[in-house]
Ligand binder design. Structure first.
Ligand code: SF4
Ligand code: SF4
Length: 360
């Protein structure tokens, strides 16, 4: 293809992407050497905790050509997800008996929707090229499903910079968006990387309830509430439990405090609207769900992946952190018969917290 044809195609890819509902599309090359260095230092410090998948796959994560042979460029897309909710995030966080769920998980899981749209974009690109070139053309879409350094790619593609909390921030749209990628073997023209605009701000480091942002751009996942409530399979370390508050699935504090999120837009995607009243549930209600109810209430949601036991584990910790209540003690006690050592241990801990407050 001529340079002009590649330039035209890149422009078309961006307009097809926005027509498909993505808020932004950028293109970058495959040189992720800077991000590779950062990843290796993060891994060497053990900040990934139990997330072994972060250290597996050799260099595939930082060298796109090793993951998908022939890749020359990466098309990076972003999709806003911040939903309108019955209770604002601040309201839920300040009501100690409200169940806080990270905003991205209130609606349907985004993977399917993103993947479908990326596939449509691949189809449009293919259709725009002569049939004779199809055999040599190679594209592959990724949505958080493979070793892909999606944040570093988005930064290089101009979608936003990596904030000190390690999320991508866009000057016009804040940080509440999902990312997706298409690896492609055409030498499309690339976009300028985004420049950083955190400046002297350190609000996210200060607000983090567990002090997980140990230095600017360095998140120790082992302390992060998102990791503790979603990724961690086993027991939550006791010293961190009181700091988790009422967060039963994920944490948004570092994004909520970020001044750039005053530019965030509410999502128009029906899929991301809160479902099953997950934006306004009481801790005791979600703790009382049996497994069937848990599965029904989280059908199609990212929350399902933690499973029922870890759901109870997280709810027990939040109830231990709630103000004293005879009803909380009654419901925790009733759960002691649940046949899971993990759940029982967290329920015992929560009961101890509640009884201490009762006697204070
Ligand atoms: S998600 Fe929460 S716990 Fe994790 S770094 Fe951000 S503020 Fe800290
Ligand atoms: S809160 Fe401040 S330091 Fe943290 S990511 Fe936002 S702008 Fe950067």
């Amino acid at each position: 293809m001529t340079e002009q044809a590649l330039r035209d195609l890149a422009e078309q890819i961006k307009s097809w992407g926005t027509a498909l509902g993505f808020q932004q599309v950028g293109i970058t090359d495959t040189d992720l050497s800077e991000a590779e260095e950062h990843l290796h230092s993060w891994l060497a410090q053990g900040f990934h905790g139990d997330m072994q998948y972060m250290s597996q796959h050799g260099l595939k994560r930082s060298r796109p050509d090793l993951l998908h042979e022939g890749t020359l460029r990466i098309i990076s897309v972003r999709l806003d997800y911040y939903p309108e909710a019955q209770k604002t995030t601040q309201q839920v966080l300040t009501e100690p008996t409200a169940a806080f769920i990270s905003r991205y998980a209130l609606g349907r899981d985004y993977h399917k929707l993103m993947r479908k749209r990326l596939q449509k974009l691949i189809d449009r690109i293919t259709a725009a090229l002569p049939a004779a070139s199809h055999e040599a053309l190679s594209m592959r879409a990724w949505v958080d499903s493979a070793p892909v350094l999606e944040k570093a790619i988005a930064q290089k593609a101009g979608l936003g910079w990596l904030g000190k909390h390690s999320n991508v921030i866009n000057r016009q749209a804040g940080s509440w968006f999902f990312l997706g990628e298409i690896y492609i073997n055409l030498p499309l023209p690339i976009d300028a990387p985004a420049t950083a605009h955190c400046g002297e701000c350190s609000a996210c480091l200060t607000i983090c309830p567990t002090q997980a942002i140990v230095a600017p751009y360095q998140v120790d996942a082992r302390r992060c509430v998102s990791y503790l409530t979603i990724e961690l399979q086993g027991a939550i370390p006791e010293p961190l439990r009181p700091l988790i508050g009422n967060r039963i699935y994920g944490c948004d504090d570092c994004q909520l405090i970020c001044p750039w999120n005053r530019f965030a837009k509410l999502t128009a995607e029906a899929d991301f609207k809160p479902r099953h009243q997950l934006d306004a549930q009481h801790l005791l209600t979600v703790f009382s769900w049996d497994e069937e109810k848990f599965l029904a209430a989280t059908e199609g949601s990212a929350i399902r992946r933690i499973g029922y036991q870890r759901w109870l584990r997280n709810c027990a910790v939040a109830l231990g952190n709630a103000p004293y209540s005879a009803e909380i003690i009654r419901q925790l006690t009733a759960r002691l018969v649940y046949p899971s050592a993990l759940v029982q241990e967290h329920v015992h801990w929560a009961l101890t917290q509640q009884r201490t407050k009762m006697n204070a």
